[in-house]
Design a protein around this ligand. Sequence first.
Ligand SMILES: Cc1cc2nc3c(=O)[nH]c(=O)nc-3n(C[C@H](O)[C@H](O)[C@H](O)COP(=O)(O)OP(=O)(O)OC[C@H]3O[C@@H](n4cnc5c(N)ncnc54)[C@H](O)[C@@H]3O)c2cc1C
Length: 83
Amino acid sequence: MKGCVLKLAGPRPLAEAISSAGGVRWSELDSALMVRRLPGIFVTGEMIDWDAPTGGYLMQGCFATGTRIARSALERLPASMRT
Ligand SMILES: Cc1cc2nc3c(=O)[nH]c(=O)nc-3n(C[C@H](O)[C@H](O)[C@H](O)COP(=O)(O)OP(=O)(O)OC[C@H]3O[C@@H](n4cnc5c(N)ncnc54)[C@H](O)[C@@H]3O)c2cc1C
């Protein structure tokens, strides 16, 4: 990510700028939010290509996807390590 060069073309209106559009496409993820091409790597929140109006929807989406990947990662652990 640090090697990704971004060319800034200009500012966007606040209504758009408050949520960073872009990110990993849903089609690249399985239902556990694991990157299909990188097994064991999960993405959440604004790492995923989605956005929403403000008013709590962004944070709710981040909390929901964060909870999902935490559960997904736990499910991949051996049973002896889950407690
Ligand atoms: C000014 C502003 C106001 C907002 N108001 C609202 C609102 O009212 N309601 C709402 O729902 N949403 C609001 N949002 C959007 C919401 O805050 C974000 O969508 C949400 O916080 C994104 O969560 P995230 O976990 O995806 O990313 P982030 O909260 O950005 O978390 C990413 C974390 O990763 C860390 N990090 C980055 N690089 C590395 C690295 N190399 N190694 C380790 N850690 C790293 C960062 O320090 C950061 O803690 C607002 C956003 C802004 C900017």
